[in-house]
Design a protein around this ligand. Structure first.
Ligand code: ZN
Length: 231
């Protein structure tokens, strides 16, 4: 059952107030968060259709300058899933000054609000590469930094559906946050098999806000993850 927005929002707000990045849930529930970065794009509608058929939910980290070309897809993502901010043009933020970093993040917030009326609560820095100013600005804008615990490898040059399946399925455990992309075909082709594997194991695909509310990472775990970078 999707959570009421205010419940998910308050769990996220607690983490955002502490300025802690989320890599995974607590691992004590039967939930996994699939995330799709870099869209919207040519495979987004297919991803949404596959998710809908499986009654699965997910999170899309969108690139701001793509939102204006596919505002209808972003509205569909908001209806069916959750939407997060992935900068305006997929910037590598370390090395950017504060003003440029602010523009990357704030412009994307505005683009999503213009397309959907919904303000994103989540931020994923491209390449997982963050900076002090990015963390500070994300926090000031009420955004939670969300990274991942499983990289599907779907953006690698020789990725195939089989390689993605081999990478992801053995790592599907409660609380996992899985990195995929809705602009690369390999992960999209692997998605039905990933969803069937989740179903077989009794795991449910939820959005990141739902994961954080249903299976919150423990405070100590967040600090341990911050130093190790792993769940
Ligand atoms: Zn990306």
């Amino acid at each position: 059952m999707p959570l009421r927005d205010d419940s998910a929002r308050s769990s996220l707000q607690t983490l955002a107030d502490r300025g802690l990045a989320v890599y995974c849930g607590g691992g004590r529930g039967g939930y996994v968060a699939l995330t799709f970065d870099d869209g919207p794009g040519r495979y987004t509608a297919r991803v949404l259709a596959i998710l809908r058929r499986a009654r699965a939910r997910a999170t899309f980290f969108v690139v701001g300058d793509r939102v204006r070309y596919w505002p209808g897809l972003v509205r569909a993502e908001v209806d069916q899933a959750a939407v997060g901010n992935h900068t305006w043009d997929h910037a590598r933020l370390p090395g950017f000054g504060g003003r440029a970093t602010y523009a990357e993040i704030a412009r994307t917030q505005s683009a999503v609000v213009a397309a959907t009326g919904v303000r994103p609560l989540l931020f994923r820095p491209p390449y997982g590469a963050t900076s002090d100013s990015a963390r500070r600005i994300a926090r000031a804008l009420g955004l939670n930094v969300v990274l991942w615990s499983v990289d599907s490898g779907d953006s690698l040059p020789r990725a195939t559906a089989d390689s993605v399946v081999r990478t992801v399925i053995p790592r599907l455990r409660p609380g996992a946050i899985v990195l995929l992309h809705d602009i690369h075909p390999a992960g999209v082709a692997a998605l039905p098999r990933i969803l069937r594997a989740l179903h077989r194991r009794g795991l449910r695909a939820v959005t990141v806000p739902e994961l954080v509310a249903l299976d919150p990472p423990a405070h100590a775990q967040l600090f341990a993850v911050r130093s190790s970078g792993r769940c």
